[in-house]
Design a protein around this ligand. Sequence first.
Ligand SMILES: Cc1ncc(COP(=O)(O)O)c(C=O)c1O
Length: 400
Amino acid sequence: MTALSAASALELGEAELRARGGRKWAVPPEVLPAWLADMDLAVAPPVAEAVRRLAASGDFGYGLRDGVRPGAAVAEAFAQRMQRLHGWWAEPAQTQAMADLVQALHTVVVAFAEAGAEAIVPLPSYGPFAEAVLATGRTLAPSPMLTDADGRWRLDLDGLAALAASPRARLLLLCNPHNPTGRVFTRGELEAVAAIADAHGLVVVSDEIHADLRFDGAEHVPFATLPGAAERTVTLTSATKAFNLAGLRCALAHFGTPELLRRYHRTVPARMHGVPGLAGVEATVAAWREGDAWLADALALLSANRERVVEAVGEMPGVRVVAPEGTYLAWLDCGGVPRGGRTAGRFFLERAQVRLSGGEEFGAAYGDWARLNFATSGVLLERILERLARAAAGAVAAGS
Ligand SMILES: Cc1ncc(COP(=O)(O)O)c(C=O)c1O
């Protein structure tokens, strides 16, 4: 209870959220947003303080932090955090700081796959994975994930191995914890992926941006820590999801060995990235060094919300969900709701006035699905769930 009441101090109300003018809430007044991956929570006090301190100093020149350049400071904070949480020293000299992670996805694809070469992407997938492959003139090798009888998603390891065996395969883009399914892949699953990559000489790009957002003791295994994997692993991360800092723009790519970094810089010189802004660096360092107490409260709230989503969806006719092991995203199977030819996202926008992320954003085959962002107040979540339930029940009862 203590944790939950502390967590409730984080919750922001609808009026404030609408007044802020952020992208997630740029929806008509009758619509409730549960789409974009921002949290409707008050930011961690150490983060707010770090940004306030910077603003108050008025010093917006070329900065140093702790006597080193901002990019080096954020790389050091990342290494220390990984050491503390996972016993992994992510060598700062092998880290490239940049403004955002999607940028890193694109540059890594360009660096490690020549034009026309294949990059393997498990589906469903956070949209920019496929975008990074296609927009850079590389070839997308999609690997549809599988579901167990209980609906739990898993990687198709045989399918991945078959795609990896192609002479033109160069890269595997992995998202762990996985957006949108919420899977936190087990050590065994990751070892199997590492073995496939090793057998076929693939570089693995491991997007671990959701790593701090896990439930029920699910273990996060940084891909680069798997035996023998470092030499072929690029880890992408930032504090933007767990600490809700997406507007401040600071991310990093860590290369498992100096040689991998050299290979990268042969195509993408460090200068091509520019550097992250000082406010983003200050916020990220504060989050990673001093944000644990806030994160624990946020996770308590998210965990309660997740249980509520599973319970409410369990009672919704035509909709199914498997409890996500990580992220604040629930991947809803809306295949049992008659929708008159509309995608699930469109259906719930029109009939429930709730904006979800349509499943088709994560792969053309997923129009029956929708992604619900449950990082909001208990009150707003309840209203969102009620609206979804009413729309689903109405459509099931009417049969169309
Ligand atoms: C898996 C994943 N990677 C990257 C990002 C975006 O990162 P950024 O906005 O820092 O580019 C998101 C945002 O939701 C995400 O879910």
